[in-house]
Design a protein around this ligand. Structure first.
Ligand SMILES: Nc1nc2c(ncn2[C@@H]2O[C@H](COP(=O)(O)OP(=O)(O)OP(=O)(O)O)[C@@H](O)[C@H]2O)c(=O)[nH]1
Length: 520
């Protein structure tokens, strides 16, 4: 039994860059995770390597693709519940998930720790312990950041490698905060993290030259925000951080606001009214939860701005949204003898225990036996609460019975109701925009296609309406993309405005992004 458990945990670690392993419950997990953070090849390398050896898997995948060969067993919810009453309870409080991005060392983890400490989600005893530990290795200023960066290896390097997701509530709203890694090598994890978010929280360092270098060509700010925008996140809060190092000067704040606004509006087509800027200091706490006295700024603390965003999203949510098709993308898998535990964020619709589901691309069908909401708060053990109904936006685990091919369920697969299986394909037509590239993208040349938390090797097989056999920088084109290794579940942009988006990377650079127009 114990061995089984370890086996499934090991599989979980091997298969996912999960956001659900943040506060590990066992030493085994801490050790494995810390070790794996730095001993593995880069995520891009893994994907490229996989395509060399995966022909067998392709055969299984393609065979399993024949969804209509399986008769969907449609089953009803186990328990009769008053769905509208349940929805009413769930929707009584605004909720928002936000992805925290920013250049390395911009202060993302410190800010996250500060939020949790000032909201009293982390107590002073925990902070005191972390302060002592950080002092002991000469990194006293990292104590707040360590609330988020829980694994030992990360601590020693002072870099957030995995993405961590944590939930907290204020009197007014429920939040899920996703702290994405800032380092360039971990852009794939950043894509995974940000694609689970409703809103982007961008942290920029106001320090002398720090903003300029993070926003310059070698900095991560441009690439990260470009990816977030292209993944459909059109609302943005910018925390202009470390304002203490700039003596809280209005001029510095406004200079950053002007430069960023120009880029965001002109280059990325953000609507100006969907961007909010807040001057803060994550380290001192100024304007995070507690107000910083400033004669020149009165538009609310970061927490107030996030609460206003949650309220806005809440007011824009239409009740119809819950009647959308149920779709969940898989972030994590655990198998035991009879059941498969599938975790992820509900992308759309709702589901209840007892209902039958299909997994794409394997086409396997099963029945949801139980549903747990994943509650992750710092310092507290990971809690799973039984639910009779879960809805779009919630991070959940489905305990699924009767899957005939549980080993074919992979991170990145999509779950839907068994009577509406999601099509999987190895060829898609996309409308893409290329970014600045060092070399043109040639027909037949390989790149990595990202969709939500999936990354697969792919090639450009056709550029419509062009004689040229390549794409240069900053071009728009309708293209056909062939997947090299295996089919993936695909939704067009018209079917799902989030899952129908892709990002293209090659040699560690983001070279383009676009929308899926057709499944071929
Ligand atoms: N003066 C000052 N220093 C800060 C502030 N916020 C963070 N720092 C310091 O900046 C350094 C980096 O902070 P982190 O929170 O680890 O930065 P990060 O963005 O999470 O870094 P990565 O995990 O590497 O992406 C630490 O030494 C922090 O103490 C701030 O508001 N003011």
């Amino acid at each position: 039994m114990i061995n089984d458990n370890l086996g499934s945990k090991r599989r979980k670690l091997e298969e996912s860059s999960s956001i659900f392993n943040v506060f590990p419950e066992t030493n085994y997990e801490i050790a494995e995770k810390a070790k794996s953070n730095f001993s593995k090849p880069s995520p891009d390398d893994i994907v490229l390597k996989a395509q060399e050896t995966n022909s067998q898997e392709i055969a299984v995948g393609v065979k399993a693709l024949k969804l209509d060969s399986k008769k969907p067993a449609v089953t009803k919810p186990k328990k009769k519940i008053d769905v509208s009453k349940e929805l009413g309870v769930k929707l009584s409080k605004p909720s928002l998930s936000f992805g925290v991005i920013g250049h390395v060392d911009s202060g993302k983890s410190t800010l996250a720790g500060r939020l949790l400490y000032d909201l009293k989600i982390v107590d002073s005893k925990t902070l005191h312990k972390l302060t002592k530990e950080s002092e002991s290795i000469g990194k006293a200023s990292f104590a707040l950041a360590w609330i988020m960066d829980q694994t030992k290896d990360e601590r020693e390097r002072g870099v957030t490698v995995d993405i961590c997701q944590t939930q907290f509530k204020t009197e007014k709203s429920l939040f899920t905060m996703i702290d994405c890694p800032g380092h360039k090598s971990f852009i794939p994890q950043m894509i995974n993290g940000i694609s689970q978010a409703d809103l982007t929280l961008l942290i920029v360092d106001a320090g002398k030259n720090a903003f300029e270098s993070s926003f310059g060509l070698s900095g991560q700010t441009r690439e990260q925000i470009t990816i977030a925008r292209n993944l459909g996140l059109d609302r943005l809060v910018v925390a202009v951080n470390k304002m203490d190092t700039a003596d809280w000067q209005q001029d510095r704040f406004e200079q950053i606001v002007d430069e960023l606004t120009q880029f965001l509006v002109d280059d990325l087509a953000f609507a100006k009214e969907k961007i909010r800027f807040v001057p803060i200091s994550g380290l001192s706490g100024g304007n995070v939860v507690a107000k910083q006295k400033l004669s020149w700024y009165s538009k609310g603390t970061l927490m107030e701005v996030l609460e206003a965003e949650a309220e806005l999203k809440h007011s824009e949510d239409s009740a119809d949204r819950f009647n959308d098709e149920f779709i969940m993308s898989i972030n994590d898998i655990e198998t035991s003898s009879d059941d498969v535990l599938i975790s992820g964020r509900v992308n759309s619709g709702k589901i209840q225990p007892g209902e039958s589901i299909a997994v794409s691309p394997s086409g396997d069908v099963g029945v949801v036996d139980k549903i747990f909401a994943n509650i992750e708060s710092p310092g507290a053990p990971k809690a799973k609460q039984d639910r009779d109904l879960v809805i779009v936006g919630e991070f959940v685990t489905l305990k699924v019975k009767n899957l005939s091919l549980p080993d074919n369920v992979k991170v990145g697969d999509l779950v839907s109701r068994s009577n509406s299986p999601i099509q999987a394909s190895m060829k898609i037509k996309c409308k893409i925009t290329t970014f600045k590239m060092n070399l043109p993208l040639l027909l037949g040349s390989q790149f990595i296609l990202f969709r939500n938390n999936i990354s697969v090797p792919a090639t450009l097989s056709n550029i419509e309406g062009r004689k040229k056999k390549h794409l240069g920088s900053n071009q728009d084109a309708l293209v056909e993309i062939d997947l090299v290794e295996r089919p993936i579940p695909v939704l067009t942009y018209a079917q799902d405005s989030k899952l129908g988006r892709v990002v293209l990377r090659k040699n560690g650079e983001t070279i383009g992004a676009g929308t899926v127009e057709e499944v071929l």
